[in-house]
Each structure stands twice: as C-alpha cells, then as structure tokens.
Ligand binder design. Structure first.
Ligand SMILES: NC(=O)c1ccc[n+]([C@@H]2O[C@H](COP(=O)([O-])OP(=O)(O)OC[C@H]3O[C@@H](n4cnc5c(N)ncnc54)[C@H](O)[C@@H]3O)[C@@H](O)[C@H]2O)c1
Length: 431
C-alpha cells in the first residue's frame, strides 16, 4: 500500500522525535485523531511522565495524554528502534544558538541520524525545527541518504515550520494553519495529507527553502517591530511622552497598523534566536541583514535599560542599587507560561546582582530557576514585602498578580509591561 493510501485510510503511523513544547502537542493531537503515534525522546524523565499519563506542558492537559496513552494511540518511548514502524517521521528538536550567535544544529543532526538508522522505502520525513533556509536540503537530505536511499526516489522529505504559541487559549494545533514545502511535489502533497489529519488548513509552498524562510520571516517581523517599538519607548521616555498611550491611540487606525509593545527584552526559544539563523545564512551570500542586527542590538539592550530605570526609581528615595533589595515579579519570558528560556528577567536579575542589589523573585509558574551561576527559589510576594524590599520590578505581567495590592505594598514599582495601566501612584515608574 502506498503512503498516500495509508494516509487516506488513516492507517499511516506517525513518529514524532522530540516531545517538547512543539512535539508533544502534535503527538497528542495526532493520537486523539486516531493516528497511531510513536513519540520518541531522549529524555527518560519526560517519557516516563507521559507513560504515566502526565503532561509537563501546560497547554497539553494530562487527561489528553492519559487518554492517548491508555488507548494505545500514543506510545512514548526512548527506544529509537520503535520508529521503524512509523510511516511519517516528524522531527521537533531544539535549534538554539551558540554563544557566538551561530546556529547550533547538533540536536537536528542527532535526530536525523536516528531517523537515518530506521529509514526505509516509502517513508516521509519532515523537519519542523526552526532553522535557516537550506537546512533540509543541505543538512538533512545528505544525512538521510548516507545509507543509500535517495530522497524523491526512495523516501519523501519536507519542511514544515511550527507556529505553536504557548499559553494561547485561542490558537492551538488544530486551528493554526500549517505551511509545508517538500523536496519535490510528491513530498509536498504527502506532507499536506499527513497534517490534514490534524490541522484545519495546510498551506503548500513550492520548496523546503521557501517553507524554512516563511518561519524566519514571521519571527524576524516580530523581532524587528519589537525592536522599533522598544526604541520608540526609549525616545518617548526622553521626551516625557507615555509610549503606551501613543500605541493605544495608534492602534485605533483600522488599517495599515499593527500594535507591538515595548518590554524588558525578548525571550523564548524563537524570537531572540531565529532571526540570527537567517542573518548567519545571509552572510554566506555576502548579504548583511541590517534590520535583524539592529533590532537585536536594541532588544538586547533593554534589560540594561530596565536596571537603569530601577536605579532611577531608587534614586527618588535617595537610595543606590548597591545594597538595595529588589523584587522581580514574573520571570517567565511571557505572561501565563512557565518557560524561562532566554527570558529577559534572567538578564535583569544578573545585572541587578552585579550592581550590588539583593534580588528575590515571585512567579506563580516558576517555583525555582537554575540560571547559570545562580540558583534562585521564588518567594511569596508578602514575604518580599516583609523582608523590606526597596523596589519591585514587573518583568512578566502574569494575570495572577494582584496589581493594586502590589502598588500598595511596595515603596516603588517599576513597570516594564504597562501592567499597572489605570493605577495612579507616584510610586510607579513605567517603561
Ligand atoms: N516553543 C515554541 O514556542 C516554538 C514555537 C515554534 C517553533 N519552535 C521550534 O520548534 C523546535 C523545538 O522547540 P521546543 O520548544 O519544542 O523545544 P523543547 O526543548 O521544548 O523540546 C525539544 C525536545 O526534543 C528532545 N530531544 C533533543 N534531542 C533529541 C534527539 N536527538 N532525539 C529525540 N529527542 C530529542 C528534548 O529532550 C526535548 O524534549 C525548535 O526548533 C524551536 O525553535 C518552538
């Protein structure tokens, strides 16, 4: 039976490599749509959690995991040989940056080597990890072909960027349109048929490179616009203009404007990283991606700016950063999630400590954080108040925080997210 026939008959088995923020929602959704799915991860702890019916990703309810595992539709495993049964192998592993801001494809290379070890005729391999244009063709394809099978002849190959937005209650796997670009037309068509089992709208493009570039356009668009609005915030501060009021008014324009908001810096596994995958690749074509570099400079300077703002606030009370107690509210990289990867809060904490402040934090989603040379445990807000905190700084505007009470309890509050909108107090220092 061909892969197309198996997909049409809902008999094709899916293999998902990497069960994190991207891979787990996909694997569980496939299983819930009656697609038999093998979930492979190298993390023994994650696989045993799943086998026990427990989720570690807030957007994926444990009941869904339990249902998928107990029905036999989802098999979590650390055994790569289990992937031999898969008709489609979908790779969702991390793509971080090295310290030098060069792409670190080591996870992709390992996952592709695993795939190559089980590759057989008729299989479809899809890469979902965000990466520079050319990766599927230049890195994935040769590694898969190492054992003699040929892409487009013996197996199918495609790239499909992931667009998951952790913590978004409206848009999840099913209703986020999925872009696919195959190595050839047959690969594109099969990848489309595969995702149509779980996603309402699949958008084909003509190549893996175009699909890779789509994701980088989306994330570069965000990084550059956030950089622009961060610069505007610094300008407004100098000019004594409330940037938040300006954005709120500008967004009443019903066309040609989309609001972006300033903040303490970029966080997460995507926006601070992905554009540098693109600028790195562009350099190989002797092309300098100036918008990306500039936005990167502005965005990465924001934590320093926030620390200066804390210093300005303390100065009003004739205090220095050195020796003051500063309490950070929210350390996840965005509202209502538990992910601290690349979170600007970590930079702010580091910079505050370097300037001699004693730093504590509260985050309802992150009980403790291991941040390189510092291990911190979150404390209750009232304990920070009781300890005599000199200044609180809102880095992540979780909905669970009681903002009026925060303003009432701390002597000074620096607000980097406009979380205190509508509250009037001369204790507040807004970005
Ligand atoms: N998190 C997001 O919001 C998001 C959104 C869109 C795209 N992406 C992209 O998706 C990709 C995955 O990101 P994520 O957030 O899911 O990462 P993650 O760290 O949450 O999950 C990755 C998983 O892969 C596993 N893994 C690593 N190497 C492996 C290997 N060789 N074999 C099997 N498993 C392996 C890890 O143990 C981990 O469980 C990245 O390229 C990222 O840029 C992420």
């Amino acid at each position: 039976m061909t892969l197309k026939t198996r997909l049409d008959a809902k008999e094709a088995v899916a293999g998902v490599i990497g069960l994190g923020y991207v891979g787990l929602p996909l694997a569980v959704e496939l299983a819930r749509r009656q697609v038999r799915t093998i979930g492979f991860d190298v993390d023994v702890r994650k696989v045993s959690e799943l086998a026990a019916g427990r989720s570690y990703i807030p957007d994926v309810p444990s009941e869904h995991v339990a249902e998928a595992v107990n029905s036999g539709m989802l098999t979590p495993t650390t055994d790569p040989a289990a992937l031999r049964d898969a008709d489609v192998i979908d790779i969702c592993v991390p793509t971080p940056l090295r310290k030098t801001k060069d792409p670190d494809l080591s996870y992709v290379v390992k996952a592709v080597d695993t795939t190559a070890s089980v590759l057989r005729k008729g299989q479809l391999v899809i890469l979902e990890s965000t990466t520079y244009p050319g990766t599927t063709d230049e890195v994935v394809k040769p590694a898969l072909e190492a054992n003699g099978l040929k892409a487009g002849v013996d197996f199918y190959l495609a790239f499909s960027p992931e667009r998951v937005d952790p913590g978004n209650p409206t848009f999840q796997t099913r209703n986020i349109p999925k872009v696919v670009g195959g190595y050839d037309a047959a690969s594109t068509a099969l990848a489309k048929a595969f995702y149509e089992q779980v996603v309402d709208t699949v958008v084909p493009v003509t190549s893996t490179r175009a699909a890779e570039m789509v994701k980088l356009l989306e994330n570069t668009f965000r990084a550059v616009n956030i950089g622009m609005v961060n610069e505007l915030a610094l300008m407004c501060h100098r000019m004594g203009i409330d940037v938040w009021e300006v954005i709120d008014a500008a967004k009443t324009k019903p066309f040609g404007f989309m609001p972006f908001y300033p903040g303490p810096g970029l966080g997460g596994h995507c926006i601070p990283i992905d554009p540098f995958y693109l600028s790195w690749k562009a350099k190989q074509f002797n092309f300098e991606a100036r918008f990306i570099e500039l936005a990167g400079q502005v965005n990465s300077s924001m934590p320093e700016y926030v620390v200066n703002l804390v210093g300005e606030a303390l100065n009003e009370h004739r205090k220095a950063l050195n020796g003051s107690r500063v309490h950070v509210l929210g350390i996840a990289y965005k509202r209502d999630i538990d992910d601290v990867r690349e979170s600007p809060a970590l930079d702010v904490i580091e910079l505050l400590m370097r300037r001699g402040a004693t730093v504590t934090y509260s985050d309802p989603y992150v009980p403790e954080v291991d941040h390189g040379h510092h291990q911190l445990k979150g404390i209750a807000i009232q304990d920070a108040v009781a300890a005599g905190t000199d200044c609180a700084v809102i880095i992540t505007d979780h909905k669970a925080f009681d903002y009026p009470s925060i303003v009432a309890s701390f002597p000074l509050v620096v607000d980097t997210r406009n979380a205190l909108k509508g509250i009037k107090s001369d204790k507040i220092f807004a970005l």
